[in-house]
Design a protein around this ligand. Structure first.
Ligand SMILES: [Fe+2]
Length: 369
């Protein structure tokens, strides 16, 4: 019998550690079909393989319901201020996102619906000026009570923000809204488009135009990773998916969402690292990057596959030196899943494969503006 030790399968704080380990073992074995049986610290396989589950660098205790399930289900949209609205219109158009002029701002729309995923206004310096989260209508009164319970004061909505959402400030003083809204986060893994045996996988003529399907997630900078996790889990009801110590963290929704709908990376101050947009598949990521390069947006990083979230990626620098990510095939965490959040090494989290990231990939250029 072959003995094999694979680091990272054992989570002593997870009730179903064995099942998690088995699932991971299957995945790490590249989809090889093996009958895997959990036996304490051992996974016994039908293929004559013994896998010894060992401890990883560290695991974070799985979060569980205490007073019923209360959490936002989606990032409804983000507010973004940029110094030049025309430049924003050109950049987002190049990506296949539809920037629709509404009054004095642009609404960023994607192909799945006419939902506004971002509202871009003109101002002195680029920054995310607010975040709006969607919740089920029946949960809005519960959120009002919950905010009182956790001693978070509500604020009057920022100027020009209509509606009856609940507004408050997050751990970095950024206005955040929870409002009744349709769930716009993913409801499952997006399947690649079915092809036919008689046609090319990617048509040569006409060249496919790439149009992102939806906002997948956004990653913000913060000085305080622990405070970000505490605030967004305790107040908004998100859950930790994975983290890399005090460097970065990823959060998902309790009603079913991608591995992360929002995350935070450490910096010396707040800022936007990237917005991420789901496309139809790996070809669409490559074609999208090519499409943007053809419009002058060449700087970035990709193609690769992340470790945290498992999504394919290609990043493109925007005119204000934050990034837009084209992505697909992220891990999906269904409602009711007891997800065991891992404390990953940064190298594991950043990529499973791909070219080396540029030296300034983690730079927060908003600190210099
Ligand atoms: Fe991302």
């Amino acid at each position: 019998m072959l003995f094999m030790v694979i680091e990272g399968f054992r989570d002593k704080q997870c009730d179903d550690a064995g099942q998690t380990g088995a699932a991971e073992a299957r995945r790490w074995l590249g989809g090889v079909r093996l009958d895997i049986v959990c036996a304490g610290d051992l996974l016994l396989t039908g293929g004559g393989l013994l896998i010894v589950m060992t401890a990883m660098k560290g695991f974070v205790e799985a979060e569980r319901d205490k007073d019923g399930l209360l959490g936002v289900h989606s990032v409804d949209h983000f507010g973004l201020v940029v110094p030049d609205l025309k430049a924003a219109e050109h950049f987002y158009s190049a990506s296949g996102i539809d920037p629709v002029a509404i009054g004095d701002h642009l609404e960023l729309r994607a192909s799945i619906s006419d939902h506004a995923w971002g509202k871009v206004t003109e101002g002195k310096r680029k920054h995310v000026n607010y975040l709006s989260f969607g919740a089920y209508a029946e949960d809005i009164p519960r959120f009002r009570e919950h905010l009182k319970k956790v001693a978070v004061e509500t604020i009057t909505p920022p100027a020009d923000m209509a509606g009856d959402g609940i507004w408050f400030l997050d751990h970095d003083g950024r206005p955040v809204e929870i409002k009744a809204a349709a769930k716009v986060s993913s409801d499952g893994k997006r399947q690649p488009r079915a092809g036919t045996a008689e046609a090319r996988a990617v048509p040569l003529i006409p060249a496919p135009e790439v149009k992102p399907v939806r906002l997948a997630h956004l990653i913000l900078f913060t000085q305080h990773i622990d405070r970000a996790i505490d605030f967004y889990t305790r107040v908004l009801g998100l859950r930790l998916s994975d983290r890399c110590g005090q460097t970065i963290c990823f959060l998902h929704g309790v009603h079913g969402s991608d591995h992360h709908i929002i995350g935070f990376g450490h910096s010396d101050g707040p800022g936007l690292h990237h917005t991420s947009w789901e496309v139809d598949g790996v070809d669409a990521i490559g074609l999208g990057a090519k499409q943007m390069a053809g419009k002058g947006y060449c700087e970035g990083w990709g193609l690769g596959r992340h470790g945290a979230g498992s999504n394919y990626f290609h990043y493109i620098r925007d005119p204000w030196k934050s990034l837009l990510e084209l992505t697909c095939d992220a891990d999906y965490i269904p409602k009711g899943t007891t997800w065991c959040a891992a404390d990953l090494d940064m190298a594991q989290a950043v990529m499973q494969w791909g070219p080396a990231p540029p030296a300034d990939f983690g730079a927060n250029y908003e600190l210099q503006s």
